[in-house]
Design a protein. Structure first.
Length: 442
């Protein structure tokens, strides 16, 4: 049985054909997942095949998503024309300095910022765009604080579809806006926040038939789950104790949890890592849910705030999936302040790695989880850096020069600041200054 769309509300349990253009259950409104629940694989053969494909020049094999296509049950090689920019293939990097900062013996980053448009969104977008083409869509849309729009614009352009992006006015990085413009997206800046615009775009998609490519789209989640598959493949299937990820709309943690559960059920891994989700302190409804003794109701945050714009989300669409994944994995949820995120980001930079603010929430959260004794010093930890360092150059410059401020007027101290220096055009003085600052001679 190939993949179907399953309603995740167990009281409803409706099942739909994979070709239906729906994002949530038409009967009860719950989230849907694309899954082939009868899938069986020979684990050793699958691992061998995936490794061999790394030697291949075929586009599908070169993609770090489609290389694992046996796990993408909705994909039919005869019917789909895959839209790929060779996404995935992102490195796992050891970061001793970041480990020491968090109080860990060792730490590995899986860096999704190495993707074609600079974030993990490409892993999901290749799947979403491929399905859009299969469905005969001409126009695709998303709301975004930056990364989703750049990614969708690129994949739509590559496939010859028209990308329409909705941005919260004044709340997007110029680097990302520039990408969307360059890829030819119809770019609409709306005077509302992310949550409000997502609600609007969902209505518009329904009304106009424009295909929605936010992470409420179950195929995006399918693409993103391969981030975990690739990470395990790169580690020769050694399962880490923890996987740490920032939480905004909660699509990524939903995708990771689903991917890991499937690998476990298929016998490719023998246990599940625990998921740790980190939110920004003033945009933390998921944290609030997990830290409320009864875990009774999910309450959104009306006015989410954070300089880490990618996770400035108060009404995350995937929260029911994310709760399930965190609970199933024995996971935890942490939150980090603006200062903690900014300092952690600078430390990731000092490792020669670099990332955007939302990604740095992982290291900031890990430091707190370590201090609280939840993560052990000798734990095997993979933190996912979701986006590229070049996303927010303005933020970086302000941090290093001591000029970074929160929207509510709190100054961020440049604890790991690195100021540029202005000097006169004078070789002797410059040499003296360098000597003073660096001491050493080559
Ligand atoms: N990290 C980065 C770099 C992101 O761009 C996002 C989301 C997240 C983390 C949060 O991931 O939503 O799956 O929990 N960015 C969206 C966007 C909002 O529009 O690009 P999530």
């Amino acid at each position: 049985m190939p993949s179907q769309l399953h309603c995740l509300n167990s009281a409803c349990g409706a099942v739909y054909a994979i070709g239906e253009v729906i994002y949530t259950c038409p009967k009860c409104g719950a989230l849907l997942e694309a899954a082939d629940r009868d899938l069986k694989l020979d684990p050793d053969a699958a691992k061998r095949t995936w490794r061999e494909r790394r030697m291949s020049n075929a586009p599908l094999d070169q993609s770090g998503v489609w290389r694992y296509r046996e796990l993408l049950g909705f994909f039919d090689e005869r019917e789909h024309c895959v839209v790929t920019l060779r996404e995935g293939n992102t490195p796992v990097l050891d970061a001793p300095k970041a480990a020491a900062y968090a109080g860990l013996d060792a730490l590995t980053f899986k860096h999704q910022g190495f993707n074609p448009t600079g974030s993990f969104k490409d892993n999901g977008m290749t799947a979403g765009a491929t399905v859009a083409m299969r469905l005969g869509m001409r126009r695709v849309a998303c709301v975004s604080t930056g990364n989703t729009s750049a990614s969708m614009a690129a994949y739509a352009a590559a496939a010859g579809m028209t990308p329409i992006i909705f941005l919260p006015h004044g709340n997007i990085s110029h680097g990302k806006l520039a990408q969307a413009l360059e890829y030819g997206a119809l770019t609409l800046q709306i005077e509302a926040n992310f949550d409000q615009i997502l609600a609007l775009v969902r209505v518009l998609a329904e009304k106009t038939g424009i295909y929605l490519l936010n992470s409420v789209n179950p195929f995006r989640i399918e693409g993103q789950k391969t981030i975990m598959v690739e990470m395990l493949d790169q580690r020769d299937w050694r399962v880490p104790d923890w996987v740490v990820v920032p939480g905004g709309n909660l699509g990524n943690v939903s995708a990771f949890g689903k991917g890991l559960r499937e690998l476990h059920a298929l016998g490719l891994i023998d246990r599940l890592p625990r998921l740790a989700v980190v939110q920004a302190a003033r945009s933390a409804p998921f944290y609030d849910y997990f830290h409320n003794a009864e875990r009774a109701a999910f309450v959104s945050v009306e006015q989410p705030e954070t300089l880490a714009t990618a996770i400035r989300i108060g009404d995350p669409v995937s929260w029911p999936k994310a709760i399930h994944e965190v609970e199933t994995s024995g996971g935890v949820v942490e939150k980090a302040t603006e200062q903690e995120i900014a300092d952690a980001k600078a430390v990731v930079g000092q490792c020669g790695i670099g990332c955007e603010p939302a990604s740095a929430a992982t290291l900031a959260g890990l430091k707190k989880l370590r201090a609280a004794g939840i993560v052990a010093a000798d734990a095997d930890v993979v933190a996912v850096l979701t986006g590229n360092v070049l996303k927010d150059p303005d933020y970086i410059f302000k941090y290093h020069t001591g000029a970074l401020k929160t929207p509510w007027g709190e100054g961020i101290a440049a604890n790991f600041g690195n100021q540029p220096v202005v000097l006169p055009n004078d070789a002797e003085r410059i040499a003296a200054f360098i000597g003073e600052r660096t001491g050493a001679r080559n």
